[in-house]
Design a protein around this ligand. Structure first.
Ligand SMILES: *Cc1c(COP(=O)(O)O)cnc(C)c1O
Length: 362
């Protein structure tokens, strides 16, 4: 599905030197490598503040802590995503209230948001799934009208754009994951929180470090969630290549599209967005058999995601099957094909031909 090894080998010297420099400095926690990477992300995004933390999941939790999300508060989000969004809402005692997805973009269907707003609703958490931005203008309008916060889950969309704006800079807070397979991947866990609000930034900086500004004086409830200095040094090297990496994914997606034209419905790209193809996903007949066939040909494939979150064992007490029919339908036949920065034309040809071969027998 990914080829982080080849990607690393192409910039090995730079990465190895960056790692060694942190070791030589022995400044492992909140050292200059973290500051440097944070300031380069601020420049890249045009965001006022970018604050490193330990993972994308922590970024989501810390964002909600900074916004004073309390038990019983309702947060609007999507059931068709990785569990982290729902998990962090539930950890804080808040309630995930799902909005079903748009059948074309697989992102939150903005026309269904307002019907879910109650007096307890505090925030909207749109997830930019597969690297495609959500329709942010209507989301921001609804948030403004109902005085709700917007927390962007940009774990899969760091580098994407919506109407010329960088994803992460549109809502009140943006959350990024540097999980190794993400578009900007570390060599371990890592995450980041972005905001243009000075007060929120100051609070977030305290929360990631046990709620303190001054060591051993704790002003607010905090956690221990800092971006590791070695990861920051690695990420700072890779950030220079991020646009190139996103372009390589987009090129690969266009090549898949070319092969699949007239055979499958190729991934929808919303007008005005820069989609960065964290995943390349299509809907197919006999999906599970297709995956077995592809595997027999040496081709990996994945299902993102097989079970919508409202039907997961851990969260089913909130909802029941049938509550979010679009998500449920898409979970049945979606498949993600290998998608990364190192795909060759030969690999794409081979993968596409095997997908088409299986499909023609159905
Ligand atoms: C990966 C991911 C996360 C969590 O990020 P981690 O760094 O793995 O904690 C959250 N939301 C979405 C949509 C993701 O894809």
């Amino acid at each position: 599905m990914v080829d982080t090894k080849t990607q690393y080998l192409k910039i090995k010297k730079e990465i190895d030197a960056a790692i060694q420099s942190v070791i030589d400095s022995t400044q492992f926690i909140q050292g200059p490598a973290v500051k440097c990477f944070e300031s380069n992300v601020e420049k890249y995004l045009g965001a006022k503040h970018a604050i490193g933390c330990a993972s994308g999941t922590d970024a989501l939790q810390i964002a909600m802590m900074a916004l004073d999300i309390k038990p019983g508060d309702e947060i609007l989000t999507t059931p068709f995503t990785f569990v982290a969004t729902t998990e962090t809402i539930a950890i804080l005692g808040a309630v995930p209230v799902y909005v079903d997805i748009d059948p074309k973009s697989y992102n939150m269907d903005v026309s269904k948001i307002e019907a879910k707003i109650t007096s307890k609703t505090k925030a909207i958490m749109p997830v930019h799934l597969y690297g495609q931005p959500c329709d942010m203008d209507p989301i921001m309008d609804i948030a403004k009208k109902h005085k709700l916060y917007v927390i962007e889950d940009a774990a899969q969309a760091f580098g994407a754009q919506y109407n010329g704006k960088m994803i992460c800079t549109i809502g009140d807070i943006g959350c990024i994951s540097f999980y190794p397979s993400k578009n900007l991947g570390a060599f371990g866990d890592g995450g980041m929180i972005t905001t243009n609000n000075d007060t929120l930034a100051e609070k977030i900086r305290m929360i990631i470090s046990h709620g303190s500004k001054k060591k051993y004086y704790h002003e607010t409830l905090g956690v221990n969630s800092r971006l590791d200095s070695i990861q920051a040094a690695i990420l700072d090297v890779k950030l220079k290549y991020l646009d190139k990496y996103c372009q390589a994914r987009l090129d690969a997606a266009m090549k898949y599209n070319e092969k699949f034209k007239g055979i499958f419905e190729t991934p929808f790209i919303m007008p005005g967005v820069k989609h960065i193809f964290h995943q390349y996903s299509i809907r197919v007949k006999n999906r599970d058999k297709m995956m077995e066939f592809l595997k027999s040909q040496g081709i990996p494939s994945m299902i993102y995601y097989p079970v919508p979150l409202h039907m997961q064992e851990a969260y089913k007490y909130y909802y029941k099957p049938g509550d979010y029919p679009v998500s449920e339908e898409i979970a049945k036949d979606i498949i993600s094909l290998p998608m990364h920065t190192e795909l060759t034309d030969e690999q794409i040809d081979f993968i596409a031909s095997k997908v088409i071969e299986f499909n023609s027998l159905q």
